[in-house]
Design a protein around this ligand. Structure first.
Ligand SMILES: [Zn+2]
Length: 220
């Protein structure tokens, strides 16, 4: 299974990505992880990225694209992957589609997690993230067993700067502007399935699994 996850910040995409990767024995690829891996691992792409960062510049889109495509060529990905946080823009989606076509292993589909802006803001303002394993919690909806301690790994839980309300509003705007056009891109190809992201994580996972099974069967 080769899957792209879409959805606004706050839709619980990261958590669902973990669960779905487990369920379908696929490798989870988050752009948030690939980037530091390359820089730490001192890969050629990592060195290129670091050069931009050391000059105080943003790492250009094509370097990020190359990092993701490079990751998709690693042997552990042969059984399938779930992409979380990529593609974010139409050019990235196009680059991904081209690369996968070259490898003769097209996408199985794209799941869009649907959530209103208002609920997204409520969820994110209360979100806390494990500094070690990146698992997320919520001070209202999903508390850890011990305050500010990750249930999974014992890491410390913090609010990411990204999750402050004014930042969240801005991220939603950027999402609507840059990433929403991707829905049409995948819909045109018969690859898009919508998953209602309101409700418990278990329910959302169930809906997502149904959508994936549906996609995979349809493309057989
Ligand atoms: Zn943790």
């Amino acid at each position: 299974m080769r899957l792209v996850l879409l959805g606004p910040p706050g839709a619980g995409k990261g958590t669902q990505a973990y669960r779905l990767a487990d369920r379908f024995d696929a490798i989870l690829i988050g752009t948030g992880d690939i980037f530091p891996e390359n820089v730490k691992g001192d890969t050629p792409l990592g060195r290129e990225a670091r050069a931009y960062m050391e000059n105080g510049e943003l790492v250009p889109d094509d370097v990020v694209v190359l990092m993701v495509l490079d990751r998709l060529l690693q042997p552990d990905v042969a059984n399938g992957f779930i992409l979380d946080g990529f593609p974010r823009t139409l050019p990235q989606a196009q680059a991904l589609e081209n690369a996968l076509a070259d490898q003769d292993r097209p996408l199985s589909g794209a799941l869009k997690f649907v959530l209103s802006d208002e609920l997204a803001v409520k969820r994110l303002a209360g979100r806390r993230t494990c500094v070690v394993c990146k698992r997320t919690y919520n001070v209202e909806f999903k508390r850890p067993s011990h305050e500010n301690v990750c249930d999974r790994c014992g890491g410390e839980l913090l609010q990411r700067p990204d999750d402050r309300e004014e930042t969240v509003r801005h991220r939603l705007e950027v999402y609507h502007r840059d990433t929403e056009p991707l829905e049409f891109f995948f819909w045109e190809r018969g690859l898009l399935r919508e998953v209602e992201a309101d409700g418990s994580e278990d329910h959302v996972t169930e809906r997502a699994v149904e959508a994936i099974v549906d996609l995979v069967e349809e493309r057989r």
